[in-house]
Ligand binder design. Structure first.
Ligand SMILES: [Zn+2]
Ligand SMILES: [Zn+2]
Length: 181
């Protein structure tokens, strides 16, 4: 039995984590479970930017992964960056085990508009499926509604669906078959 592990990093509302579980297991046909672990956030904090280094956090996430973990997805409220980008909604290892999503800029409140928990859940589901899609070997897709379409702005996340287009779906299924799931 293999799992997609969902790992809250820092303070994340439980309802957001629980929301992801059925969507991820249905999309990837793999069971999910929630894992709690400790992170040393001081190692990835950049005081000049007041943000957290995404790649450093991803490295902490994939350190010491349980043998029955197929993929590991970190969810954080921290504002993430990598040196060449102002911010990131998430980051993943292409064909690897780890993926990371930040809810920081998925929240309406960040843009000075009233919060909307259902909209936030939707965005989190899409970004989580997108980043996990990378770990299953998918690259960005030009089909506008496909969840693997790339999003620079939060409005672009709202325009795409939470599903793979037929080509991406097929690529995922072929990959899973090769691993005998
Ligand atoms: Zn991407
Ligand atoms: Zn696609």
């Amino acid at each position: 039995m293999s799992y997609i592990d969902i790992v809250p990093i820092g303070e994340v509302e439980d309802q957001l984590i629980f929301t992801l579980q059925p969507h991820l297991s249905q999309t990837f046909k793999v069971k999910t479970r929630i894992q709690r672990r400790d992170f040393d956030l001081s190692l990835v904090y950049d005081s000049m930017r007041n943000q957290y280094n995404s790649s450093g956090l991803l490295l902490q996430l994939i350190n010491d992964v349980p043998p029955d973990t197929l993929k590991i997805l970190g969810i954080t409220g921290l504002d993430l960056f990598i040196p060449i980008f102002t911010f990131l909604f998430g980051e993943a290892q292409l064909n690897g085990v780890g993926a990371l999503v930040s809810i920081h800029r998925l929240q309406n409140e960040f843009y000075g508009i009233p919060g909307d928990i259902e909209l936030l859940k939707n965005r989190l589901i899409k970004e989580s499926i997108h980043e996990l899609g990378h770990t299953f070997g998918l690259i960005h897709c030009f089909t506008l509604r496909c969840v693997m379409n790339t999003s620079t702005y939060v409005e672009e996340i709202d325009q795409k669906s939470a599903s793979f287009c037929i080509h991406c779906e097929q690529a995922i299924l072929n990959g899973l078959k090769r691993k005998n799931f």
